[in-house]
Design a protein around this ligand. Structure first.
Ligand code: NAP
Length: 292
């Protein structure tokens, strides 16, 4: 397949490009190659290449920045994917739009299914939800893949921050009253390939490692795995914090957005491995080695 991947300067796009490169013809576009704030130039980029599918990973992902820059957020997160959808439809190509657990109504505990109600709370979440509607409005056979708490080697994330702090002995706490699924970019890349190859993969799918946890459990697992792997840590136990205690959080965040992976397993024909197992592989590969 000839696959265009956007956002390849980012955490997920870089992992997807690396994963697909050996088996497909990959066209990797980062922000320098195509700026999504320039709609008048976007179509030209696509006109210049042949492609069968687009995996659209690029987005304005800093949720608090989005809250203060709603016009840029709408242009990048909603209007650009809507245009990509029209381009893909016109060219007979498949589109996978990467979305977020933030679109769910996170009021009740439990695992969110794709058919559960949405209630995006802030600008980031609203612009991503509007993109989902726009993309599936252009073609119901496109796929929206909702992911969450992505970690991986290509860009620092919560897992790396918590480990760096614990190594340096800084302030060691994590939020105990928000739940989701930590997800390894390496696993997501393999699942996105399977989804791109499966014509039955249409509509909405949750795209994450299996099992939900709180941010605190996620952070504590980082420390436990790193300690077991021999990483020297000055802090071994995280103190619980409340979501509303974080003054830097401007955008509202949904609370219960752990996602069910039943449809993902069905569409990829593969077992979705538990987040803790994926996290252990990541930490042993990228943190334990660098600490040795
Ligand atoms: N990370 C998570 O925990 C998480 C959770 C839920 C959903 N998601 C979704 O997963 C997808 C991938 O996110 P990620 O984790 O890979 O985030 P990321 O590391 O922030 O990558 C996003 C990429 O989009 C690029 N981008 C931003 N504005 C752009 C513009 N105007 N034109 C072109 N490119 C632009 C960024 O470029 P720069 O590198 O230049 O900034 C960055 O490389 C996104 O759709 C996101 O909404 C992520």
């Amino acid at each position: 397949m000839r696959i265009i991947i956007t956002g390849t300067g980012g955490r997920l796009g870089a992992a997807v490009a690396r994963h697909l490169r050996d088996r497909h013809r990959v066209i990797a576009w980062d922000r320098r190659a195509m700026d999504l704030r320039e709609p008048e130039r976007i179509r030209d980029h696509f006109d210049a290449v042949q492609f069968d599918a687009v995996i659209h990973c690029a987005a304005l992902t800093a949720v608090d920045y989005c809250e203060d820059h709603p016009d840029e957020a709408r242009a990048v997160n909603t209007e650009a994917p809507a245009l990509l959808a029209r381009i893909c439809r016109d060219r007979g190509a498949r589109l996978i739009q990467v979305s977020t657990d933030y679109v769910y109504d996170g009021r009740l505990p439990g695992l969110r299914r794709e058919s559960d109600p949405t209630d995006p709370l802030g600008v980031y979440a609203r612009t991503k939800r509007e993109a989902e509607e726009a993309v599936l409005g252009v073609c119901p056979d496109f796929l929206v893949a909702r992911t969450s708490w992505v970690f991986g080697p290509d860009r620092s994330s919560f897992a790396d921050t918590i480990l760096d702090r614990a190594r340096r002995g800084g302030d060691c706490g994590a939020i105990a009253d928000k739940w989701s699924n930590p997800s390894y970019s390496h696993d997501l890349a393999a699942m996105l390939e399977a989804l791109a190859l499966n014509p039955a993969a249409t509509g909405i799918v949750n795209l994450c490692n299996a099992g939900g946890c709180s941010w605190l459990e996620y952070g504590q697992a980082c420390l436990d795995i790193a300690a077991e792997a021999g990483v020297a840590l000055k802090c071994r136990t995280l103190k619980p914090l409340g979501l509303h205690e974080i003054p830097a959080f401007i955008a509202p965040r949904p609370v219960h957005t752990s996602m069910d992976t039943g449809r993902l397993a069905e569409l990829t024909g593969a077992l979705v491995r538990p987040w803790r197992e994926a996290l252990a592989e990541y930490i042993r590969t990228y943190h334990a080695r660098s600490a040795a």
